[in-house]
Design a protein around this ligand. Structure first.
Ligand code: FES
Ligand SMILES: [Fe+2]
Length: 437
């Protein structure tokens, strides 16, 4: 196995503890490995499940299936406005309490025997209660799940006593991203699909830009900042205890590579149009139609210091991978929130949402439609390799993968998971859980 030290000045060299070794294929194809990830990572870690705007009123709720935690949670806003979560399991004979994926209610009534629970999960009504023997309401509340909010994103944790608070989990890596204008955006468009591949294999395709010039060569190739050749080298990468980040530059003379053009207008728009008018006439027309129609301004100098942290004038976007499976990419005026939720060792639910500023004019909405189609095509290109890669991995022909410097985040991802599994199994002093668990 190679393990040549990374030269000084490389991203990999900065994180010497990650080494330069090959990455085993086993974690991507093994049901046993996935069982260990479920037990020691997904059931112990904060998982992003939604945003506060999805449940604005008291009594609004949504239900999220988390296959990697073997459960489904109800996330609800109570009368005081607080958001909490509980397992979707009745305390009587275990029926699911909520059947719909989203809803609004005053109380939750189980459809089997009619037990009633308030918005905090307290048991408040039991038909024929006198026929039970010593039933205490306090003992039969819905089972609560740890739940907290970071920057409007709702997280849950299956561990009844999480090792870290959500703030302790997020702040070391993302404290300097707090204040990003999430609240000025709304869901512009969203997609959901099941991909027959391991969740890490899917996520990996989104945490490096080495593939951009090739996979996206016919769609957004002109967005690539070619100042360092034809590929898309990162401006910088940061790896933490759990999370990781990558900052990327774009070609400012393109519509996709210069996202600020539509909300900043002026010089940014002129620069984007200078080449795009001739080379990408439809993109240019969409941009012209959309300039100045966002409801809110997005001044670059108002961004928190952790966004475009290298302060590059050619900045395109930052990829933030919130451990384990949440990809949050931030641009000057819109963001993408993708969840790679494991279903099985070779099956992943991708939930993709793109948050955009509301557009107040027909031209602005035309621009949004243009971006929706452009981003859809890019996403389809990203998905195009995944199932083939999984099938090829499962042949067992290759036992290891080799990574280059700009794939550092893939390397970091592997090491964090290995470390957490080793720590948890050493602490529990138990055999790894079986695949059937
Ligand atoms: S299972 Fe819910 S009331 Fe019986
Ligand atoms: Fe991509």
């Amino acid at each position: 196995m190679i393990n040549t030290p990374a030269p000084e000045g490389t991203l990999t060299g900065r994180y010497a503890e990650l080494g330069t070794g090959l990455i085993p294929v086993e974690p991507y194809i093994s049901a046993d490995y996935f069982a260990r990830e479920k037990a020691h990572i997904f059931k112990k870690t904060w998982l992003q499940v939604g945003r506060v705007e999805e449940i604005p009123e008291a009594g609004d709720y949504f239900v999220k299936t988390l296959a990697a935690c073997d459960t489904e949670v109800i996330v609800v806003r109570n009368k005081q406005g607080r958001i909490s979560a509980m397992h979707n399991v009745c305390s009587h004979r275990l029926n699911q309490i909520a059947y719909e994926k989203t809803g609004h209610t005053r109380k939750f009534f189980c459809k089997f025997h009619g037990w009633a629970y308030d918005l905090d999960g307290n048991l408040t009504g039991v038909p024929d209660e006198k026929c039970f023997f010593g039933l205490s309401h306090a003992d039969y509340a819905l089972t609560r799940v740890a739940c907290d909010v970071w920057q409007g994103f709702i997280f849950v944790n299956m561990d009844p006593k999480p090792a870290l608070s959500l703030d302790e989990f997020m702040k070391p890596m993302y404290g300097d991203v707090e204040g990003y204008p999430f609240d000025k955006m709304t869901v512009g468009f969203a997609w959901e699909t099941v991909v027959d591949c391991n969740w890490k294999l899917a996520l990996d395709a989104f945490q490096e830009a080495y593939h951009v010039a090739y996979v996206h060569g016919n769609s957004i190739a002109d967005a690539i900042d070619k100042s360092e050749g034809g590929s898309m080298p990162p401006l910088d990468a940061l790896c933490g205890e759990f999370h990781r980040r990558l900052s990327l530059a774009g070609n400012q003379k393109s519509v996709y590579g210069n996202p600020k053009a539509v909300t900043s207008g002026g010089a940014a728009a002129s620069e984007a149009l200078s080449d795009a008018s001739a080379k990408r006439p439809i993109a240019a027309a969409a941009l012209r139609a959309g300039i100045g129609s966002a409801r809110h301004a997005f001044p670059l100098d108002a961004l928190p210091k952790g966004v475009n942290w290298t302060k590059s004038p050619n900045w395109l976007f930052d990829i933030n991978v919130v451990f384990p499976d949440f990809y949050l990419s931030l641009r000057p005026n819109y963001c993408q929130a993708y969840n790679f939720r494991p279903i099985a060792h070779n099956k992943t639910l991708l939930e993709a949402r793109v948050y955009y500023p509301e557009m107040t004019t027909p031209g602005g909405r035309f621009f949004l439609e243009y971006m929706k189609v452009a981003l859809r095509d890019v996403l389809l290109e990203d998905l195009s390799t995944l199932e083939r890669t999984q099938r090829a991995a499962e042949t067992g022909v290759k036992k290891f993968m080799i990574l280059q410097d700009n794939e550092l985040l893939v390397r970091h991802s592997y090491h964090v998971i290995e470390r957490l599994l080793a720590e948890a199994e050493a602490e529990a002093k138990v055999q790894p859980v079986a695949a059937a668990a």
